[in-house]
Design a protein around this ligand. Structure first.
Ligand code: XMP
Length: 512
């Protein structure tokens, strides 16, 4: 996507940079994250309509702290600085920033002195905002006025309307800031005058045109995993080049119950995509025989996935392009927009880098929530769009110890019950993941006057933002009770149910 007419978010190492970019896009304006090392020349070339300076962990007066080419302030492009970004504006323009020893963290009240500019969207004289700073701006540069203050920050907002430069010490991108979304909207739409053309329809249209021009009359291969990213990527490519696309679904037998059938019904059925269903259940089961170590399982599954895919690609012979479901956060993490080489391991089963394909990455500019929105617009079902993340090695890392046909059948039946009950209770979308785990122990029980010696099922449900940390979900007892009842009554070989109340850290989400 071109930056022309976009909002550039200059990243000073903030944990919230991606959130800022998403908020801008929610105002239907394209935004890109760039490094603070960007030069005046590069900004001119990109021709953005506005610039937002992010927060950051450093102090502006620390030696070596990230700064910005001061000439950028003279380009006449509206600038909004947030937290560190606001302090940088103060420092570069001639004000003073000090470590006052009076930081503010979390919900804070600001007194709004002037609502004629960037704070016009705040409804009240006193507003609740989210702060996270230990340094403060103590004097503003010439030509700037103070438009809000808080108890500990004499300058909670500063602005120079004629230069269209604004700074806020608080975080408008965070939901806890009253009117924060409106503040970003106001900056983007009114102050910068950005055109609100970043919509699902326009994303799809631009993406389809780009794929067509990349592919020409070539043939494209896409590995489907059953997850939302590969599904949306495949659907976009199919819309662009139709029958030139062939999809491959490798059925490892380690998927959730019914997953292979769902993928087939959707792609071969509804979308009429040329789909190769590779039934490799026996292969994976036999390769996993006797293997107990989690990392060995992962390695075996990864390698065999690649072998199967490679042999299909070789048989087809004439497919030069490979679809990857790379998302914008992957692009940012691997060095930004200009990093031409994207690590192939991020997506679709970890296909090797030495495969001789040209990559098609239709989701490269998009955040996950945008992928979901365009997926719905493309006609994918809610079912696919709201899939919870599922690990590449599938149920194999939820069976502690050896994966056998018997144990796979138990887990797959148990997992389907957990999924069904969580969905019917209306909690599916709220949970990051919810599933069953089969440990490698058995315990004694009594069922119908008979002693049993069978497996327990561990139910695991977590909430999370990004899987880096997670909390165990406080599922209602009523739901746990239903799940436990059904597991014992319906899954042969199960006589006990436990609920995992471990957060991450110290646990991980998966058991292996
Ligand atoms: P953990 O268990 O490390 O999982 O807390 C974090 C997230 O990653 C998923 N996961 C995997 N995904 N291949 C994958 O594609 C894997 O080997 C793998 N292991 C864990 C897990 O489901 C969770 O969302």
């Amino acid at each position: 996507m071109s930056s022309n007419g976009a909002i550039l978010v200059v990243d000073f190492g903030a944990q919230y940079s991606q959130l800022i970019a998403r908020r801008v896009r929610e105002a239907n304006v394209y935004s890109e994250i760039v490094s603070y090392e960007i030069t005046e020349r590069e900004i001119k070339d990109r021709a953005p309509v506005g610039i937002i300076l992010s927060g950051g962990p450093k102090s502006v007066h620390q030696p070596g702290a990230p700064s910005l080419d001061p000439n950028i302030f003279g380009l006449g492009i509206p600038i909004l600085g947030i937290c560190y970004g606001a302090q940088l504006i103060a420092q570069i323009e001639g004000g003073t920033v000090l470590k006052t020893g009076r930081g503010e963290y979390g919900r804070t009240t600001i007194e709004v002195n002037d609502r004629s500019g960037i704070l016009a969207c705040l409804a009240r004289q006193e507003s609740q905002v989210w702060m996270s700073h230990s340094d403060s701006i103590v004097s503003v540069p010439d030509g700037y006025k103070i438009s809000a203050s808080s108890l500990q920050a004499p300058v909670a907002a500063l602005e120079n309307a004629s230069k269209k430069i604004y700074g806020v010490q608080f975080h408008p991108e965070v939901v806890h800031t009253d009117g924060g979304r409106e503040l970003i909207n106001l900056f983007v739409r009114e102050i910068c005058g950005a055109t609100p053309n970043w919509t699902s329809a326009s994303i799809i249209e631009a993406s389809v045109a780009k794929i067509r021009s990349q592919v020409g009359d070539g043939k494209v291969l896409c590995a489907l995993s059953g997850g939302v990213d590969s599904a949306v990527a495949a659907t976009l490519v199919h819309r662009a080049v139709g029958e030139q696309l062939t999809c491959v679904f490798v059925d490892t037998g380690l998927m959730r119950k019914g997953e292979a059938d769902e993928v087939e019904a959707l792609f071969a059925g509804k979308f009429h995509v040329e789909l190769i269903m590779a039934d490799e259940k026996d292969r994976f089961l036999s390769k996993l025989q006797g293997v107990e170590d989690p990392e060995s399982k992962r390695k075996i599954i990864g390698e065999n996935f690649i072998r199967v895919f490679e042999s299909i690609a070789k048989k087809l012979g004439d497919h030069k392009f490979l679809v990857q479901g790379t998302l914008y956060p992957d692009v940012i993490e691997s060095g930004g927009q200009d990093a031409a080489i994207i690590k192939t391991h991020h997506n679709v089963g970890g296909l090797p880098e030495d495969m001789d394909f040209k990559l098609i990455e239709p989701l490269r500019d998009l955040f996950k929530d945008e992928v979901r929105t365009i997926g719905l617009e493309l006609g994918l079902s809610e079912e696919i769009i709201w899939r919870q993340p599922f690990p590449g090695p599938g149920l194999a890392v939820r069976i502690v110890g050896e994966v056998t046909k018997e144990r796979l059948d138990i887990l797959s039946a148990a997992d389907a019950i957990v999924v069904e009950e969580v969905k019917s209770y209306g909690l599916w979308k709220e949970l990051w993941q919810s599933f069953a785990v089969l440990p490698a122990v058995r315990s004694v029980g009594v069922m119908g006057d008979e002693r049993t010696y069978a497996y327990p099922i561990i139910v695991r449900a977590v909430t999370s933002e990004d899987a880096m940390t997670a909390d165990w979900a406080r599922l209602p007892f009523e739901l746990l009770d239903r799940i436990a009842n059904r597991l014992i009554n319906e899954v042969a070989g199960v006589n006990r149910v436990a609920y995992d109340i471990t957060s991450k850290p110290p646990g991980t989400i998966e058991w292996e």
